[in-house]
Design a protein around this ligand. Structure first.
Ligand code: ATP
Length: 358
């Protein structure tokens, strides 16, 4: 999984490197518009240079215009890793022919084999089919039309908005139950399930944003606005209800993330990760909140003080029922802050109950 995640991140970084607005993308678009093809290797590692024959060394600064002119020649262009320099042009690439390639055109076959053999990024522009393909190791990615990606990104934002409404309702319901001391494992598992579903859509949208480059600013802003507090609230729900002796909150989050889409639908899987019994009946069992999430919503309450409160009282219900004097006894809390906490909790209760009626 780790290796898979690393590869995915590498591919995303590469996609960003040729996203709209970058000099590399401009060069590639020019080649496409000029109805030419190209074969471009990014990186002059020994593994790459071992399979290069002929061509000539340039070592000039990368510009979209140079790469366009050089693409008029036969053979491959080799750039440095940061795409700052054009190192070689007109190079013949001779990768191991026994490496499997699923491509049909010669240029694409060479590109795929070179990427597999060297692990580097290879870009192939097909003259006939008018497409840009990118190979990195064993991964392949086809550069798509910006308008199409934008449509998909906007659809994903709309889906995210719908999921966010449902998540907010779940969070508000959980808050109300925390005040009433009526939380069950089911209510906790539901909000964590919804949070994870939201995060999975966010991952999709982040990929689109990488692909869109400077065309993705609006989507990025919308995403940022929609995601305010989602990650923190999710983490605090785990902090509040995790009773698993073997997993800390970060590990719990990781376990939830590693659930397949089907496993995520079964709430008892989430309950089990949190340390509750792994059966349907356990979902009806009461769950006690420590209070991290709700205390974090009180303005100007430092996290160290929240930590001390939870350490001293153990449960949100005990904090809720504590007198000003008892709150005052906690390290970092004087009388003024104790009153502010009381008032903050009352105000929050009113907001939560109002939200529930809607
Ligand atoms: N081994 C190689 N090393 C470097 N460049 C190559 C190599 N093989 C092919 N090329 C480049 O690819 C160009 C196109 O080759 P060819 O037309 O056979 O491939 P193709 O896959 O049909 O291309 P396209 O899809 O662009 O029409 C060649 O003119 C050459 O510049």
């Amino acid at each position: 999984m780790r290796e898979e995640e690393k590869k995915q991140k590498q591919l995303l970084d590469t996609i960003k490197m040729l996203s709209p607005g970058t000099p590399l993308r401009e060069g590639l678009e020019n080649i496409l518009k000029g109805k030419m093809g190209a074969l471009i290797v990014i990186g002059d590692t020994p593994a790459v240079m071992d399979i290069v024959d002929g061509g000539f060394a340039l070592n000039v600064d990368f510009t979209p215009a140079y790469v366009y002119e050089l693409a008029k020649m036969d053979g491959a262009i080799i750039l440095n890793h940061g795409v700052k320099k054009i190192l070689y042009a007109n190079a013949q690439l001779i990768p191991d022919p026994s490496i499997y390639s699923s491509e049909t055109g010669i240029r694409h076959r060479i590109a795929e084999r070179v990427a597999k053999e060297t692990g580097e990024v290879v870009i192939s522009i097909s003259q006939r089919r008018n497409i840009i393909s990118l190979y990195q190791g064993y991964n392949k990615y086809i550069v798509q039309d910006t308008g199409r990606i934008l449509t998909k990104a906007n659809q994903a934002i709309q889906t995210l908005e719908k999921y966010k409404v449902v998540l907010n309702q779940g969070m508000n319901h959980l808050s109300a139950l925390e005040y009433e001391d009526l939380v069950t494992t089911y209510d906790v598992a539901v909000v964590l399930q919804r949070t994870e579903m939201v995060m999975r859509i966010v991952n999709e949208i982040e990929k689109f944003i990488c692909e869109l480059g400077n065309e993705g600013r609006l989507v990025s802003m919308q995403l940022e606005e929609l995601m305010a507090n989602v990650v923190e609230d999710g983490m605090n729900v785990i902090n509040d209800f995790n009773i698993n002796q073997h997993l800390d909150s970060k590990m719990v989050l990781k376990e939830i993330k590693s659930l397949s889409s089907e496993e995520l639908l079964d709430l008892s899987n989430i309950a089990k990760i949190l340390g509750y019994e792994n059966n349907v009946a356990a979902l009806d069992a009461p769950a006690l909140s420590k209070g991290y999430r709700l205390l974090n919503k009180i303005p100007r309450l430092p996290s160290a003080v929240i930590e001390n409160l939870v350490k001293q009282f153990g449960e949100f219900q005990h904090i809720l029922k504590a007198s000003i004097e008892k709150l005052d006894d906690v390290e970092g809390i004087g009388e003024i802050r104790a009153r502010a906490i009381k008032e903050g909790l009352t105000r929050l209760r009113d907001q939560v109950m109002m939200g529930r009626q809607i």
